[in-house]
Design a protein around this ligand. Structure first.
Ligand code: F6P
Length: 560
């Protein structure tokens, strides 16, 4: 298999972590490991589980079903050390502006800093204002949850609609879904993100303006999709309430942009603030989590933050070789850069975690889907993997065929909770048995001889090869004791730090997202052209033709 790492030469830039001498060692080691089967490693090393697993708080990580030996882990940790993961980690925690292209600190860890130790940005300890917003969120949520906060006709709030997109949607939506067993019995949470009118219309269809509370969530408060949906929701509300003064009881905002919030017509007293050092995809811990607090209450939200803080402490202080996010990250680097794997599957065996893959798609791919390093050089090595997935049990009946017998290497994270969310123990045992069976099957496979033995004499023939499983497919098993707010906080922070470590290894700025800008700009240019009186000719032939086709076909009676 082609390696993504170039041979080392002395002229190569010191800042280029994948051209370090340790990478030559890793390359040579990969060449040895390429033909080693995990089945044989398990026979030779019966204590593999003890050696390659660790428990941190609520989370057990078994990484023994990976194509690794002690030497692999030793070399990978050496790479992490040489790429200065510990130094970068400290810079992040202490508020350095490591998001250098936007001149911003990266401090989602401060949002869940339950120790309250000062975190200083531009000479100011941010902890007092972090805590003040958390308190305001809790107090507001309590008023809504208790029924004290009433709508303009005096009715209690029954439905909360979060309008936001990307990080202002995926995080809170995933957490509210994951913590459904802890939800408030009266309040129903809804999330509108898509600018396709069907999303907002369909959601509002069943709602009553008198009992609906909108949270307009947008870091910038300029995002086209969010603002379009927010204006529609306001018009929908005004059509019934008829008075601007009622907006204050039904619209609150979460943003860093006070002016834009005021301009939209939301009372700044109803605005929950966060700061530019919170990245959108890392913002569920901030006021962006207001829908979470409304759904599960301030105490549960606090447990979520505590879980994340526990993982932060582990990540900050544990030695690299016993550091869960570092281990996950370096295994990803091993497959991505030395085995040529292109993707990473996320497979929760948990109905309530069904949105985790979508959440991690943004978290990971918007962070590390980059081809220019921190110094602006175009990289010649693979960076962020394609992250994808679905609930594992459904995937088994859909795409697992490829995991087992396809030609691509697809490292997979299997996630499950030991305690079921319902009393249906029998269901949970089936789920668990499948979880275990899949990781075993991926690792072990089934040889031709075993297949022949199992199939019996009738089956011995030309189709036998179709029933052979090569195995040797890597996976991690991540077991939570129970999907509590605390455990979920730990899990999400685990992935955040994994992404951070990989960004350091690849010498990327994981905290900007310039790659989303061009499409936004072009969309703004194209928008008025869709209704132009004359044929559009300023783009390439394909785009022109499509715009003109749309003009003709969407307004056939206008004779365009
Ligand atoms: O376009 C990408 C993006 O900027 C994401 O990074 C962000 O999470 C999302 O849009 C929403 O942005 P905002 O919260 O400013 O509306």
């Amino acid at each position: 298999m082609a390696l993504a790492v170039q041979p080392y030469t002395n002229e190569m830039d010191d800042h280029d972590p994948l051209h370090r001498p340790v990478c030559r060692l890793l390359q040579a080691h990969q060449a040895e490991m390429a033909s080693v089967h995990m089945r044989d490693l398990f026979v030779a090393e019966p204590e593999r589980f003890e050696r390659f697993s660790l428990q941190v708080g609520d989370i057990l990580l078994d990484y023994s079903k990976n194509r690794i030996t002690d030497e692999s882990m030793h070399l990978l940790m050496q790479l992490a050390e040489e790429a200065e993961v510990p130094g970068w980690r400290e810079r992040m925690f202490s508020g350095d502006k490591i998001n250098h292209t936007e001149n911003r600190a990266v401090l989602h860890v401060a949002l869940r800093n339950r120790s309250n130790d000062p975190v200083v940005v531009d000479g100011e300890d941010v902890m007092p204002k972090v805590n003040a917003v958390i308190e305001r969120m809790g107090a507001f949520a309590e008023r809504v949850r208790s029924g004290q906060w009433r709508g303009y006709t005096g009715e209690r709030i029954t439905d909360v609609v979060n309008i936001g997109i990307g990080g202002s949607d995926l995080g809170p939506q995933m957490v509210v879904q994951a913590l459904r067993p802890y939800r408030h019995p009266r309040l129903k949470l809804h999330f509108i993100s898509n600018v396709d009118g069907a999303h907002v219309k369909e959601t509002l269809e069943s709602l009553n303006p008198e009992t609906t509370l909108f949270i307009v969530s947008s870091k910038t408060f300029t995002t086209q999709e969010t603002m379009t949906n927010a204006h529609y929701a306001r018009d929908w509300f005004m059509a019934q309430s008829q008075a601007v003064k009622h907006v204050a009881k039904h619209f609150v905002a979460v943003s860093t942009n006070r002016d834009a919030v005021t301009q939209f017509g939301i009372d700044p007293d109803n605005m929950f603030e966060f700061w530019d050092w919170v990245g959108g995809r890392y913002s569920l811990w901030s006021a962006i989590g207001l829908s979470i607090v409304l759904a599960v209450g301030a105490e549960r939200f606090s447990e979520l933050l505590e879980g994340a803080h526990e993982m932060d402490n582990h990540f900050r202080h544990a030695p690299l070789a016993q550091n869960m996010p570092v281990i996950l990250a370096m295994l990803g680097v091993w497959y991505n850069n030395f085995f040529g794997a292109e993707s990473q599957a996320i497979l929760p065996y948990d109905h309530y975690l069904r949105s985790l893959p979508a959440y991690l798609e943004q978290a990971d791919m918007e962070s590390n889907g980059k081809s220019v390093d921190r110094e602006g050089h175009v990289v010649d090595y693979a960076t962020g993997a394609i992250v994808w997935g679905a609930t594992g049990i459904n995937g088994q009946h859909a795409f697992y065929q490829m995991l087992h017998q396809g030609t691509k290497m697809i490292p997979a994270d299997f996630i499950v909770s030991i305690e079921p969310p319902t009393e249906l123990e029998g269901h949970h045992d089936i789920l668990m048995a499948n979880f275990l069976a899949q990781t075993e099957a991926l690792m072990r496979g089934r040889t031709r001889e075993e297949t022949q033995l199992e199939s019996g004499a009738v089956q011995v023939g030309q189709f036998i090869q179709h029933k052979v499983f090569d195995g040797n497919h890597p996976s991690n098993a991540i077991l939570l004791q129970k999907l509590t707010p605390h455990a979920l906080g730990m899990l999400v922070a685990l992935y955040e730090h994994k992404i951070f470590v990989q960004g350091v290894i690849w010498n990327l700025n994981s905290y900007d997202q310039w790659g989303v800008e061009l499409g936004k700009q072009l969309a703004n240019r194209i928008l008025p052209e869709l209704h132009a009186d004359v044929p559009v000719g300023s783009h390439d032939a394909s785009t022109n033709a499509l715009i003109n086709h749309y003009r003709r076909m969407s307004h056939p009676r206008a004779g365009l």
